[in-house]
Design a protein around this ligand. Sequence first.
Ligand code: GTP
Ligand code: MG
Length: 199
Amino acid sequence: MKITSAEFVMSNSEVLKCPNSILPDYAFIGRSNVGKSSLINMLTDRKSLAKVSGKPGKTRLINHFLINKSWHLVDLPGYGYAKVSKKEKKTFQKYITAYFEKRAQLANTFVLIDVRHDPQPIDLEFLEWLGTNNVPFSIVFTKADKLKTKKLEDNIANYKMKLMETWEMLPPVFVTSSAHKIGQDEILNYIQSINEDIK
Ligand code: GTP
Ligand code: MG
């Protein structure tokens, strides 16, 4: 898929106020600082569609972008950012949960995982929650450029093994680097294939 247009539509914290349209949503979520905004910009060939930050926790709302006038890319707040207050964390959790439970347009969720780290309980728990709630998801490993090939392969194999402890079947897995523009075609083609199935 070629990106011909990408426009910001709206930000809000309430799922019921998200765009009232029949177009499918493709949501991107992960721990704070995992590289979500960078990935969104890389996928859409835009420098600053989503705001990239040195400081974690920048994305705090549900952000809808209209892509090629035919689907919505959704930038969700990062989970597991330690420096927000407990109350704030709860508020985040509430509207993220509501988004997954109520957004009928949700076609797929891309869960971003920093490929440098060992499997983290917070990510594994979130994946399990998605599975339990029948939310379709894929895994996107980020920052692949930060590891040498051998370590990269080992970490991915290790992650898959960890997932196999819980899951009978592995979800689709994508390996990406926003810095080196790796994984763009794979993810966009996957989105296109789902869009065609929905039609
Ligand atoms: P929040 O919205 O704040 O939770 O963060 P985010 O997940 O949107 O991450 P963001 O894209 O802002 O990136 C966080 C940091 O990681 C920035 O300093 C980026 O430059 C860096 N980064 C993101 N993707 C990559 C990548 O593929 N390679 C490298 N080397 N650095 C990356
Ligand atoms: Mg962000």
